[in-house]
Ligand binder design. Structure first.
Ligand code: UDP
Length: 327
């Protein structure tokens, strides 16, 4: 029997890589996406259903026709800056949208959900690697929308026995090593694709947002994790729930941070191109360092990042960048 999994946001960056990982693990992914930010071309491992998680009757019809055994929920807006200027859009899509999906799940008695959460739920870290037990105190509406959903999921477990795993990603990066899919945001705000745009001449330079942080080279440190490793973690979390595992939350990071300058240097090396670097002011809301304590996901889900060294992340991103933009 086909083991179908409904993947909301399945046409997005992490969602599409997870659909591929699901298919390789023997599952049948059905992507549900409103295609606001997702791409039709990234849905290759199962059908695409065009729809919005806020429309719970429509979701219910999709669930009825595919009978999924679980849902992986990526569909959300994820631009921090936009969430500050337009919080209504974020609370509506990310929270009301999740409630629509949960309503359809309760009505169809699907009781397993994997939720795409974020290290942005921690806010400004207290120092050191971030453990799951660290207080969650987000500093922007995007992070708050994800934290509220985590809390909703805990209440739905207590009240309705809906089991869920929240996966708190650190900095998703890299691309499918087979180059079938990769990162493509519009607008693009993330460091690695912007650095590669500068390397390929699609933009003239890259601006370092702040060089006076209290870090070894003065630039911000982030824990970059390869999107394929993230995708594998979702498959691991799915197996965990299918085997009867309890609701939980896990950090997905490597425990190793890279500074903005280290990323730029690695990109110069991988691309063999010179980059024009501008030293700019700090970007408001950027904590100096965000690095995961990744132990629990290893211990409980058996998750081991395999491609998350910065060199592999940049090499796979560069290969994708060249095939996508054709240079
Ligand atoms: N960054 C930068 N220049 C850019 C874009 C990002 O210096 O043009 C820095 C940013 O300040 C942060 C890091 O790169 O310290 C990663 O930023 P990104 O937006 O990729 O991810 P975030 O950490 O915000 O989720």
């Amino acid at each position: 029997m086909q083991r179908t999994v409904l993947v909301t946001g399945g046409a997005g960056y992490i969602g599409s890589h997870t659909c591929k990982a699901l298919a390789e693990a023997g599952f049948h992914p059905v992507a549900l996406d409103n295609l606001v930010h997702g791409h039709k071309w990234s849905v290759k491992w199962g059908p695409l259903e065009h729809g919005d998680t806020r429309e719970s009757d429509a979701i219910l019809r999709i669930i009825d026709s595919y009978s999924p055994i679980a849902v992986i929920h990526f569909a959300a807006f994820a631009y921090v800056g936009e969430s500050v200027s337009n919080p209504q859009k974020y609370y509506d899509n990310n929270i009301v949208g999740t409630l629509g999906l949960l309503d359809a799940m309760l009505r169809s008695e699907i009781d397993k959900l994997i939720f795409s959460s974020t290290c942005a739920t921690y806010g400004v870290p207290r120092g050191g690697a971030i453990q799951e037990t660290q207080p969650q105190d987000p500093i922007n509406p995007y992070g708050r929308s994800k934290l509220i959903v985590e809390q909703i999921l805990r209440d739905f477990d207590s009240a309705y026995k809906l089991r869920s795993i929240a996966l708190r990603y650190f900095n998703a990066a890299g691309a499918d090593p087979d180059c079938e899919i990769g990162e493509s945001h519009d607008p693009e705000t993330h460091l690695i694709p912007l650095v590669l745009d500068a390397a390929s001449g699609r933009r003239q330079n890259i601006t370092v947002f702040g060089n006076d942080y209290d870090t070894p080279d003065g630039t911000c440190i982030r824990d970059y994790v390869h999107v394929q490793d993230l995708a594998d973690a979702h498959v691991g979390a799915l197996h965990y729930l299918l085997d009867g595992g309890a609701s939980d939350a896990f950090n997905l990071g490597t425990g190793v941070g890279s500074s903005v300058r280290e990323v730029i240097d690695a990109a110069k090396l991988a691309t063999g191109r010179e980059l024009a670097v501008i030293e700019g002011p700090r970007r408001p809301g950027d904590p100096p360092s965000l690095v995961a304590a990744p132990g629990r996901a290893r211990e409980i889900l058996g998750w081991e990042p395999k491609m998350s060294d910065i060199e592999t992340i940049i090499e796979t991103s560069w290969a994708w960048h060249r095939s996508y933009f054709g240079h």
